[in-house]
Design a protein around this ligand. Sequence first.
Ligand code: TYD
Ligand code: MG
Length: 439
Amino acid sequence: MKLKKRFVCKECGCVSNSWLGKCPECNSWSSFIEEIIEERSKKNEISSNLIKPVKIQEIQTSINDVIKLNEENLNIFFGEGLIIGSIILLAGEPGIGKSTFLFFLSNYIERNRKVFYFSGEESSVQIKKRFDRVGHDDSSVFVSNISDINSIIELCKNDKPSFLFIDSIQTTYSTDVDSGPGTISQIKKCTQLLVEFAKTTGIIIIIVCHITKSGEIAGPKIMEHMVDVVTYFESDFKNQFRVLRSKKNRFGNIDEILFFEMESKGLQLITNPSTFFIENESIEKFNGKCKTVIIEGKRPLMIDIEALVVPSSYPNPRRFSEGVELSRLNRIVAIIDKHLNENLNNYDIYLNIAGGIKTSDVGIDLAIASAIFSSKNKIEIKSSTVFIGELSLTGQVKKVYKIENRIKESEKFGCYTIYSPNDGENKIKDITFIKEIVL
Ligand code: TYD
Ligand code: MG
């Protein structure tokens, strides 16, 4: 039998043939609303403007399809610039700096291109105050507090900006949807309208979306499928460091990553990230500290690994790890125990990555083991020595990806003593080398 109406949960979009008091998907009460399904004609309708498929080689593209920003790092991040008619999601926790990023971005948009900034989060006065702190005087940003999506679209149809910023999708609403702003149906409807609008007008739309603590976008996952680019603004690192990653990019590489520092004058792009995470040491040697190079996105990043190994006064010695999973630390301690004959059972071990970086890059294993060995045995390591490699449970040092990039990055910082399983002067095979070398 053909369904004439259905019931949809206004919180999560769950569909049922009958009304339900409690949603089986999101557990909301009284959230089902009736929806009439439009009956379609049974005839196979054929569109009047039938366009034959075009041979792919014959499709015309032009450089005008891309708007270049005045900052090459941003162009590379988005994939050689911003494609006209593209729709970009900028997700992140509240307060991370999404709105500030929009101002940062507008500083690199050519002055003859209009940017319409619709904010349901802050008043125009608040936005102006922030702009005075972080913006360029001569940019063409136009601000409004309108949150009704149909009005936003109508205004843009008339004034034809090159860019439309929606801050945020949670405060934007459509009067066609009878649930409040921020609900699933509203987010879905507003995104749908914006996608259609971007594709038909060529306006580049950036939608800000808050995410919940658990990291999920507080809206339907469908939003990620609907847009062209999904970016996450994160604070992997302590204090003022921010990272912009892309999770999906229909026009570029998702390995690209941008580093920022949040200063009193807004976001500053960090073009040489390694300089931020290694200390410029005057001391030549350290006990329990060494360097390694990780890969963040596509970029090599030089970091300092610190370990402190002290006799324990606890029945169960402490294991504390910041920046690296505790299970990885425990694994490396077991490898040291087995293959270097170092019993660490009665020692507390503290491990830290300087600068507050969190990483799961396996290439730091060797550096962690060396820092622990150095601290335990009070052996100093030259601050210009770099350790790169993954440790296997058998004590072998395994090659890691992008090893050449990691070595190049070390050399860029004047570190020419590099221990890695790569061919070369200091090629190593297994962990026992730590005992042999004069550190
Ligand atoms: P904001 O962009 O408002 O975050 P979001 O839009 O993601 O909610 O950033 C807010 C934080 O950034 C706030 O804690 C203050 C800080 N901030 C600075 O440190 N310097 C600045 O120049 C600006 C504008 C904000
Ligand atoms: Mg904001």
